[in-house]
Design a protein around this ligand. Structure first.
Ligand code: FES
Length: 233
């Protein structure tokens, strides 16, 4: 039913309603103190977001991600995946071959050496920069041995050159374009570093140290877990 504008009874409540309406809508007027404060808050909020974004950007550039709020302190799934250990089935890896997996964004080579290739390792110790693995940062203590490995035939090595970070090329076969004396290993084409099949660097290479052996362990005879020492599991 429509309201009669001439009806005095209905006019009074309308006036009261208008008054109430104007009181409710007041804060949305641009001249109102609340409206002024809202703009100020918006400016402050914008400043905060700008600063927070800059801080996160700087932290990211340093490889650090400091979570700004308690609610987001748990690492993201991607972050967990990036740092999580990697389980690898090596049952199909044949002697004389290698496979590559990714761990923490880095290529990790898993090499199954033939008995002949393993037997060659100690023969060229005199040509190496660090044959005894004395630079302890380059491998876990359980790989500080003549093959730099847990199992004599299986090498686990991060495939990043210790000179400037190129990824060396596989030269697992003896001889070939590496010369007659070459018994198998890796060659970094960037500046010519050479490594043997245990990731040890040959003297005269620009790479200062052996390739890194990551922490790892065997879950079964044919299952490797890369990223965790046995003691930490
Ligand atoms: S990065 Fe490998 S030799 Fe320079």
């Amino acid at each position: 039913m429509s309201e009669n504008p001439n009806d005095k009874k209905s006019r009074k409540p309308r006036a009261a309603a208008n008054k109430a309406d104007s009181e409710i809508s007041k804060p949305t007027q641009t001249e109102s103190p609340l409206s002024f404060d809202t703009r100020a808050v918006d400016v402050e909020k914008r400043k905060f977001i700008t600063i927070a974004t800059a801080c996160v950007g700087a932290a990211g550039a340093l490889g650090i991600m400091a979570p700004p709020f308690v609610g987001s302190m748990a690492p993201s799934e991607r972050a967990k995946a990036a740092g999580a250990p990697v389980e690898v089935d090596i049952s199909k890896l044949e002697a004389g071959n290698m496979m590559t997996v990714e761990w923490r964004g880095k290529p990790v080579w898993i090499i199954r050496r033939t008995p002949e290739q393993t037997a060659e390792l100690p023969k060229h110790d005199a040509q190496l920069s660090d044959p005894g693995c004395d630079v302890t940062s380059q491998q876990p203590t359980y790989c500080k041995n003549s093959t730099r490995s847990i199992k004599q035939d299986i090498a686990v090595i991060i495939g990043i050159c210790t000179h400037l970070g190129c990824s060396p090329t596989s030269k697992m076969q003896a001889g070939g374009d590496m010369g007659e004396a070459w018994t198998g290993g890796f060659f970094c084409p960037c500046h010519g570093s050479k490594f043997d099949l245990a990731g040890r660097v040959f003297r005269g290479s620009p790479a200062p140290t052996n390739l890194v052996v990551p922490p790892h362990q065997y879950l079964t005879d044919t299952t490797l877990l890369i990223g965790v020492d046995k003691a930490e599991a």
